[in-house]
Design a protein around this ligand. Structure first.
Ligand code: HEM
Length: 121
């Protein structure tokens, strides 16, 4: 995500001064942040049968981004392609066309509801 849009990195207070890809890779702050993001994605997908829980989590997380200076709701879309690329990389041969459609629908649903949560808060 940072590679595709360098302005995005500037939004992260503790990461904005890191210059190289190596510095980013070594950053504990980035690692902690990424694992929080992934655990919210994980909880959203695991609770999809009780959709109210998932929606509440996504709306709350979306709303929490309102406080981040310079962040606008549309910026959530910046993570769509990097997320799909990382799933593809992780699943390798198991990333079938069917998986591709499922993950595309899933991330779209997640991002639309993060955006909704931010806009309605
Ligand atoms: C799946 C999508 C996302 C989820 C679930 C998510 C979740 C979170 C969470 C849990 C935090 C708090 C982190 C902490 O306290 O360490 C956070 C902070 C933040 N997020 Fe997101 N996020 C997502 C996407 C994005 C995107 C795409 C951007 C930027 C384009 C972004 C920008 C930020 C910023 C600027 C902060 C504040 C970081 C700071 O303290 O400097 N988020 N996000």
């Amino acid at each position: 995500m940072f590679k595709n849009n360098s302005g995005v990195q500037q939004l992260f207070r503790e990461l904005r001064d890191l210059k190289t890809t190596d510095e980013l890779r070594m950053s504990e702050v980035l690692e902690k942040h990424a694992s929080k993001v992934m655990s919210i994605l994980d909880d959203s997908i695991n609770n999809i049968d009780s959709v109210d829980i998932t929606l509440e989590l996504l709306h709350r997380t979306g709303a929490s981004h309102k406080g981040y200076q310079g962040f606008t709701a549309e910026l959530f879309w910046e993570i769509e392609q990097p997320f799909l690329d990382s799933v593809k990389l992780t699943l390798g041969d198991r990333y079938t066309d069917n998986m591709d459609s499922i993950y595309k629908i899933t991330i779209k649903f997640i991002l639309e509801n993060l955006i909704k949560g931010m806009k309605n808060s």
